[in-house]
Design a protein. Structure first.
Length: 371
């Protein structure tokens, strides 16, 4: 038994699902006891009979409301005091209609039911609240015994011994629910800790994979170029070496941009590539339109490979267009840079790349069909 949850929502965590199952069990017990009560077997002894019928109807109504609350995953909320008042009123009404000396006997059907119906209403309240409810109900029973049997010792002893069953079982159920709810919370904490550990492992694996990719990129391009410059096999005055350095610098900028947080990672990378050209005083025109989902890392690299070459080798100007429309993302670049010997079209990672060179102009267009 725990305090009222603030929002009403379907059970999601293991502890919530466990408490929800216990609540269903308590409601089922209360409903079963109402259907199997002994009122019908003793109906001729009640005066008046209507008081027992009304009391039964009130308790049944509370249980039905409890069933509806369970089905809608809602707590009792502000209706809880009204429901408890109705349960105690029904108990008093049933006692008032008992014949003299019938309290705590088989004819007193409500005494064994009220505790479970009260537990339906107070299931998610602290245990002390339910114990207080049971004490009030037991006090009502003792008062009824004193009034109808003049306080005979045997009668009082019978009432107290009967309370072990009529009140002890609901109390035992409430204690068990409290203990099991505590165990469920412990299980939930362990579950959340294990989920957090698995999440950290996945993040660590992805970070490691990203580092391996970055090191592989350095091994393929930057490091061989640096070694050649160090060994003297590549001369900084050579135009081709300078173009290679510019391309590798753009690839490094793309590598750094991939690890940065951005609302639009692809556009963020494109702007980094453009910045490389602008630092060389190349005039770059960037046009962006449309919307697109974030492409996977491999797709982004294929999309921007041609862009890297165009803006990194442009001599004086370049134009870059990024368009997302009709289920397709297109990244195009044209500039007065390095000449590619022949036109070609390639397909890599579901990206179609067209490259055309004419004179000192190079045009590259990469098209990716959005999922």
């Amino acid at each position: 038994m725990t305090p009222d949850p603030a929002p009403a929502r379907p059970p999601s965590s293991p502890a919530d699902r466990y408490r929800y199952g216990l609540r269903i069990g308590v409601t089922t017990v209360a409903g079963t006891l109402l259907l199997t009560m002994s009122m019908l077997r003793n109906v001729r002894s009640y005066h008046p009979v209507w008081s027992q019928a009304v009391a039964w109807a009130v308790l049944a109504g509370v249980v039905l409301i409890g069933v509806a609350q369970v089905a809608r995953h809602r707590p009792w909320g502000r209706s809880r005091p009204v429901a408890i008042g109705a349960v105690l009123t029904a108990s008093g009404l049933s006692m008032a209609g008992l014949p003299a000396g019938a309290a705590t006997t088989a004819a007193d059907w409500s005494t064994g039911v009220v505790g479970w119906v009260g537990l339906v209403v107070l299931f998610d309240r602290p245990l002390a609240v339910f114990v207080g409810f049971l004490c009030v109900h037991e006090a009502m029973v003792l008062v009824d015994v004193l009034v109808t049997r003049s306080g005979e010792v045997d009668t009082l002893l019978n009432a107290l011994s009967g309370a072990i069953g009529t009140l002890g079982y609901p109390l035992a159920g409430a204690i068990a629910a409290t203990a099991l709810a505590g165990a469920a919370r412990t299980v939930e904490r362990s579950w959340r800790e294990s989920e957090l550990l698995r999440t950290r492992e996945v993040i660590a694996a992805r970070l490691h994979s990203g580092r391996r990719h970055r090191f592989a990129t350095l091994d393929q391009g930057v490091l061989p170029l640096l070694r050649a410059l160090r060994d003297g096999t590549a001369e900084p005055t050579d135009a081709q070496v300078r173009r290679a350095c510019s391309i590798e610098a753009a690839r490094l900028r793309r590598l750094f941009a991939e690890s940065e947080d951005a609302d639009n990672p692809l556009l963020h990378i494109v702007r980094h590539c453009v910045d490389v050209a602008e630092r060389r005083h190349v005039v770059v025109e960037l046009q962006v339109s449309g919307q697109w989902p974030d492409p996977p890392d491999e797709v982004r690299r294929v999309l921007t490979d041609g862009l890297l070459i165009v803006v990194s080798t442009a001599v004086s100007w370049a134009r870059v267009t990024l368009v997302g429309a009709t289920g397709q993302l297109t990244l195009g670049a044209v500039g007065d840079g390095v000449e590619i010997p022949a036109a070609e079209s390639t397909v890599t990672k579901d990206v179609v790349v067209d490259t055309i060179s004419e004179g000192r102009l190079t045009w590259v267009q990469a098209r990716w069909t959005m999922p």
